[in-house]
Design a binder for this molecule. Structure first.
Ligand SMILES: [Fe+2]
Length: 459
């Protein structure tokens, strides 16, 4: 360009043309520059716009990221809440299950409490149940004065003064008739013995019956719910004990009735004095050795006492007649077993003795009276009483004969085994009567030593 311009300038006639050309070129260049500047400006605008859009997008991304983080945080919280809810639900299910187990445990033991009305250790049963329910290591069950101990457990590991302190709590609770619950060991007497304590007075039908005290529950404090359960146990135990007392009174009344009837027999026939009681004692021991227990044993006991109660209905002229009986008289005297059965049948508490009394003169071979029953068809109580009664009759003086020697009575029993007597029971009766340490009340059954025998005359 410069070269062309120089060449044009060196040519004298070419200067204006050269200038025009240069001007033209400059103009074009300027236009080009303007155009380039416009393009650059446009590009710059585009860049600015894109940058602005980019910033907006970035801000949007940041906002989305914030929202995402927030949502994630909320999600984490929800997850935590859900987990907590799950744990709470599991705890509730476990608590419900424990409650159901407790209820089942309570139901079972309360049923047991009432079932064991006559159990001597009823308070122990209630105390054991309360300790097991709460996990307490020490238990005390006292009477309404807080002093009379019905049952206690876990005192072996307590120091003496702490044992005294426990009794003191029981007495104070009995006096105040208000529950005492202490879960703070610092408020309990000093010494490493007591951790916590709950003493609950319980009443039955509005009357204070006793105090149930538990201490040293290692798995946590005594709760309100546990105290309610303990109160319920105390009340049930008190009620059961009251029922047991009434039941014992009923039994005592029953025994008194039997005793009065037994006395009536003895008053009628002087020769039977002490007889019924001795027969009863030996019969019960024989029955026990034969494996009988509870009500069956009591049936033998009372039936033996009353087996000859029907003699009340036999005329004195026959019952007390010295010498041998005529066959008609013997028939009348044989009625005493049926009369005895009819007599006890009138007393509801004694009626179950009737069958045993009725058959105490049946023979094992079926030739006895009144029904000619044989073998195991004869009630076992009747078979036992029949043998013991016969031994006693043989060794006791009667208006019509003298007693025989004990050894002879044993021989006679053995001779009659299988016919008159059940051989298996004869063996057991012999064992009982031959025991040197036998009850003194049975001594008279083997102390007579006179001669002569007539087992057929026994009635
Ligand atoms: Fe008899």
């Amino acid at each position: 360009m410069q070269d062309e311009l120089r060449d044009s300038l060196q040519s004298s006639d070419g200067l204006p043309s050269l200038l025009a050309t240069a001007l033209e070129q400059a103009t074009q260049t300027q236009r080009g520059l303007h155009s380039a500047a416009a393009s650059i400006s446009s590009l710059h605008s585009e860049v600015e716009e894109q940058r602005s859009q980019l910033d907006a997008a970035r801000a949007q991304i940041e906002s989305l990221e914030d929202k995402s983080a927030h949502l994630q945080s909320e999600n984490e919280e929800l997850k935590a809440d859900l987990e907590q809810s799950r744990n709470e639900a599991a705890d509730l299910r476990a608590a419900l299950q424990r409650e159901q187990e407790h209820n089942r445990f309570l139901e079972e033991h309360i049923r047991q409490l009432h079932f064991d009305l006559l159990a001597e250790d009823l308070p122990s049963l209630a105390l054991k149940m309360a300790m097991r329910l709460t996990g307490a290591e020490v238990g005390l069950f006292t009477e309404a004065d807080g002093d009379g101990v019905l049952a206690k457990a876990g005192f072996e590991d307590l120091q003496n003064f702490l044992e005294e302190a426990v009794y003191d709590y029981s007495r104070r609770t009995a006096q105040s008739e208000e529950p005492t619950v202490e879960n703070d060991p610092k408020k309990l007497p000093d010494g490493a013995g007591l951790v916590n304590l709950a003493a609950l007075p319980f009443a039955v039908k509005g009357e204070m019956r006793g105090v149930l005290l538990l201490a040293n529950k290692r798995n946590g404090p005594f709760t309100e719910a546990e105290c309610q359960i303990l109160l319920a146990i105390g009340q049930h135990a008190g009620l059961a004990m009251q029922n047991a007392k009434l039941h014992r009174q009923l039994i005592e009344a029953y025994v008194s009735t039997v005793a009065v009837l037994a006395d009536a027999i003895e008053a009628k026939d002087a020769y039977t004095r002490g007889h019924c009681e001795g027969v009863s004692r030996v019969s019960v021991e024989v029955a026990r050795r034969l494996g009988m227990e509870n009500e069956a044993l009591d049936t033998v006991r009372y039936a033996a006492l009353l087996h000859d109660v029907g003699k009340i209905g036999i005329p004195d002229g026959i019952l007390l007649k010295p010498g041998r009986l005529m066959s008609e008289e013997f028939s009348i005297i044989q009625k005493h077993s049926a009369i005895g059965r009819d007599l006890v049948a009138r007393v509801p508490a004694l009626s179950h003795l009737g069958e045993v009394i009725l058959h105490h003169h049946e023979w094992f071979d079926g030739s006895g009276y009144p029904d000619g029953l044989a073998g195991e068809g004869i009630p076992i109580g009747s078979r036992i009483i029949g043998i013991v009664d016969a031994f006693d009759a043989m060794t006791t003086p009667r208006p019509y004969r003298e007693p025989i020697a004990t050894i002879e009575a044993f021989e006679e029993m053995r001779r009659c085994a299988g016919t008159q007597f059940d051989p298996r029971i004869v063996e057991v009766v012999t064992q009982v009567l031959m025991q040197p340490e036998a009850d003194p009340a049975t001594d008279h059954l083997k102390s007579q030593t006179v001669e002569s025998t007539n087992i057929e005359t026994m009635v």
